[in-house]
Design a protein. Structure first.
Length: 75
C-alpha cells in the first residue's frame, strides 16, 4: 500500500544536506525516507512532550540491569 506524497520546496545548509545524503547512501535508503524519518522524530519530540519509544525501551532495560544499584543509591 502506497502512501500519497506531496512535493514541497525548502532550503537548508548545504553541509547538512550532504550529511543527510551520506546517511541515506550508507544505509541504502532514499534521501526522502531519511528526511521523512527526521521530520517524524522532530514532531514526536515537540508535539507529544514525552520520551520516544527507544528512550523508554533503553530506560526499561537499564531498570532491569541496575535495579539493585538504583535501590541502594536511593537509600
Amino acid at each position: 500500500m502506497t502512501t500519497a506524497r506531496e512535493k514541497f520546496s525548502s532550503q537548508a545548509d548545504p553541509q547538512l544536506l550532504a550529511k543527510l545524503r551520506q546517511v541515506a547512501e550508507s544505509e541504502g535508503r532514499q534521501f526522502q525516507s531519511i528526511l521523512e524519518e527526521a521530520l517524524i522524530e522532530y514532531l514526536e519530540r515537540h508535539q507529544k512532550q514525552r520520551p520516544r519509544s527507544h528512550v523508554l525501551e533503553a530506560f526499561g532495560m537499564s531498570m532491569q540491569e541496575f535495579d539493585e544499584l538504583y535501590k541502594n543509591l536511593a537509600k
